[in-house]
Design a protein around this ligand. Structure first.
Ligand SMILES: Cc1cc2nc3c(=O)[nH]c(=O)nc-3n(C[C@H](O)[C@H](O)[C@H](O)COP(=O)(O)OP(=O)(O)OC[C@H]3O[C@@H](n4cnc5c(N)ncnc54)[C@H](O)[C@@H]3O)c2cc1C
Length: 425
């Protein structure tokens, strides 16, 4: 592999002239800002960024990288825990200029650019009363989230994000462009539905959207001492509930607003709910939840994008993050004991554990129908140590590792690749 530094300036100049977008080098003023990704633990120094604005830019960048034997990384929303959107000394093909969202109401499909974020998609689809199942923090990139799978509030009703992917346009390593769907290039269509960003650069996604306007949801919190009881009830309750009801369960500390003062810095077992069904039936659905007497609840009717961005303010870019992941089939007594133990010893106010249900529609897809091969697991679990201060990096890393080690014996094998960090390739 060559480094960008070793390239002849004339080669770089020729490349620059082929682009509508721009390149950025370490000598440029904006370079330091550009090399930041969401996770501030990542500190990589690419040799060059190419900010693409159209498919032709992506083709030119792939050809340039390949012809010059450069290491290439592709950046969508830049949220990946391990910083896979960057590389040291090589070429970063940055898709942040490749954004568009086009809603087709004739069949409720949506075309999305390779560099869009979830917020941009929700913003464009909501006025039509439509939504695409995706993740729970709206600054996340559609690219990485989709190619890895995509779990979120609509998973039980409409499946993973990949279960709603109808088509993608992809620039391959030889610079050619292909369309993949159920009729064309089916093997590659299979691969990009959960196999990650390894197969080419997706310049355009086409999704099936669904009628989702207002949902009923939000968080319910119980004091951490109740963790075992609440987890036992939740496991039984949720998996017998209608697909329209989703809720991920967490151990967490309430760090501050939008939660009221009396909750701040207390440890909780919490569930964030999203009911996307008939709002006339809300009482029936939520009565058993409220009968569990949460210490605090903030559930109500709201536009779907409001829930999608409810926690954005707590999770700005630039924090230290350490990620560990596993799938689980159960929430048995031993696991619940470990959740109580580690949930009672959360090292910093933003660190937390989440279990996302993989039941309902997502579980009715076969394990081999896509690379996302743990459809029969009940939960995609993630433990994230988070803190603004790099001084606490070791502390949050150790807590995440210890929590994960304690739970791992009860895992159903595998892990969701989008929730991993330094497990390797
Ligand atoms: C705060 C936060 C909340 C999250 N919440 C959820 C959630 O609710 N549900 C969930 O499923 N995941 C969630 N994730 C995980 C998220 O799915 C992954 O971090 C994902 O990798 C982010 O994609 P990105 O495009 O932002 O990241 P990037 O770092 O830009 O890219 C990630 C990977 O995808 C590749 N890639 C990105 N775009 C393309 C493209 N167009 N073509 C080819 N390859 C591409 C990159 O090369 C890289 O390998 C969350 C992450 C964060 C930080």
């Amino acid at each position: 592999m060559k480094t960008v530094k070793a390239l002849d300036p004339a080669t770089i100049e020729t490349f620059k002239n082929q682009l509508q977008g721009k390149i950025m080098m370490p000598s440029d003023d904006e370079y330091e800002e550009t090399r930041k990704v969401y996770n501030a633990m990542i500190d990589k120094h690419p040799g060059m960024f190419v900010v693409c604005v159209d498919v032709a830019d992506v083709i030119a960048a792939v050809n340039f990288g390949r012809d010059n034997n450069l290491l290439i990384a592709v950046r969508g929303g830049g949220h990946n825990g391990g910083g896979l959107g960057l590389c040291n000394d090589g070429l970063v093909i940055d898709l942040s200029g490749l954004k568009f969202v086009r809603v087709d109401t004739s069949d409720n499909t949506v075309r999305v650019g390779g560099g869009n974020t979830l917020h941009e998609v929700d913003h464009a689809t909501h006025p039509y009363g439509l939504a695409i199942p995706a993740g729970i923090v709206s600054s996340t990139g559609v690219g990485g989230l989709t190619l890895g799978g995509g779990v979120g509030y609509l998973t039980r009703k409409y499946g993973l994000t990949i279960d709603n992917l109808l088509e993608a346009d992809i620039v391959l390593a030889d610079g050619s462009v292909v369309t993949v769907n159920n009729g064309q290039n089916q093997d590659l269509f299979w691969a990009v539905r959960g196999g990650g960003g390894n197969f080419g650069i997706v310049t355009s996604f086409k999704f099936q959207a669904h009628p989702v306007m207002n949902i009923f949801g939000g968080p319910t919190l119980w004091l951490i001492e109740k963790t075992e009881e609440i987890m036992e009830w939740y496991h039984d309750f949720l998996h017998h509930a209608p697909d329209e009801l989703n809720g991920f369960i967490a151990t967490l500390i309430i760090p501050g607003p939008p939660f009221p003062d009396h909750l701040h810095n207390k440890q909780f077992c919490g569930i964030v709910w999203c009911y996307c069904g008939d709002l006339e039936k809300v009482k029936e659905v939520f009565n058993p939840i409220l009968a569990k007497n949460p210490f605090f609840q903030m559930v109500g009717e709201m536009p779907y994008p409001a829930l999608q961005s409810l926690f954005d303010g707590l999770m700005p870019p630039g924090l230290q993050w350490y990620w560990k992941a596993d799938f689980y089939n159960e929430l048995g007594p031993e696991l619940r004991k470990q959740h109580l133990k580690f949930g009672s010893n959360i090292p910093t106010p933003l660190s937390q554990m989440h279990l996302y249900p993989i039941s309902g529609a997502a579980s009715r897809i076969g394990n081999e129908d896509t690379p996302w091969a743990y459809r029969d697991s009940k939960y995609a679990g993630v433990i994230v140590g988070i803190d603004p201060d790099p001084v606490n990096a070791d502390k949050i890393t150790q807590w995440s590792k210890d929590y994960w080690e304690a739970m791992h014996p009860y895992s159903s094998g595998g892990a969701y690749s989008n929730f991993m960090m330094d497990e390797g390739e």
